[in-house]
Ligand binder design. Structure first.
Ligand code: URA
Length: 226
């Protein structure tokens, strides 16, 4: 029979078990966005963590009147551990600047926190997260919403809109209207900045970019006026 010092007490054992379970389910309620990187890295709510380098939490001001939500980290985000630091992030930064904003003045995150990809030679090609992965990761989005307490959330693309509304919507259906997420938070849906990178026609690309900048400008004004 082991002596008392060698045997973990029942209370200690159950705390260790709880922590293990919380990491698996992401059941920990966070007190600050500073806890996100570690907590998201330990998340096992879906299987995307297995092939990703790390979890990518949201970043920026918290609380903040404005929160932007993208789809999921891409290759650069997965390697660097920060949201929107690749080509789509450069496009977003440019649009924010043209709208008179700075990313440090708002909160930016993704609907899904781990990179999903298909290896293709030496490259890792982005794959859209599934409905189950979006649903599993909603836990983190809800924690971020609680900690950031935004007046306005902008869904960048259909995956973010789906995560926030809990149903499939199209950009065409939802763009241009304010959808209530709660008594204190509205949702606007717009394009994902990577869409702008894929438009081959320059005139159309410029027009779409201007429309996106206009939406960000209006969002900035709306948040400051409400
Ligand atoms: N696309 C996203 O949706 N999020 C990122 O962080 C980067 C690219």
């Amino acid at each position: 029979m082991k002596n008392e010092e060698e045997q973990p007490s029942t209370r200690m054992r159950s705390r260790v078990d709880d922590e293990g379970k919380q990491a698996l389910t992401g059941a920990r309620t966070l007190k600050s966005t500073r806890e996100l990187p570690e907590a998201i890295n330990a998340c096992r709510r879906c299987s995307l963590w297995k092939s990703a380098t790390q979890g990518v939490p949201g970043e920026g001001k918290a609380p903040s009147g404005l929160m932007l939500v993208g789809e999921a980290p891409g290759d650069s985000e997965d390697l660097q551990g920060h949201p929107f630091v690749g080509p789509a992030g450069a496009m977003l930064d440019r649009a924010l600047e043209d709208a008179g904003m700075d990313r440090k003045s708002l909160y930016i995150t993704n609907a899904v926190k781990h990179f999903k990809f298909e290896p293709r030679g030496k490259r890792r090609l982005h794959v859209k997260p599934s409905a189950g992965e979006i649903e599993a990761c909603k836990w983190w989005l809800e924690q971020e919403m609680r900690l950031v307490s935004p007046k306005l959330v902008i869904a960048l693309g259909a995956t973010a809109a789906r995560a926030l509304l809990g149903r499939v919507v199209t950009i065409a259906q939802t763009r241009g209207s304010a959808l209530p997420l709660s008594d204190t938070t509205d949702l606007w849906v717009t394009i994902h900045p990577s869409f702008l990178l894929r438009i081959p026609d320059e005139r159309r690309r410029r027009a779409e970019y201007q429309r996106f900048v206009q939406e960000l400008t209006e969002a900035h004004r709306w948040v400051n006026g409400n």
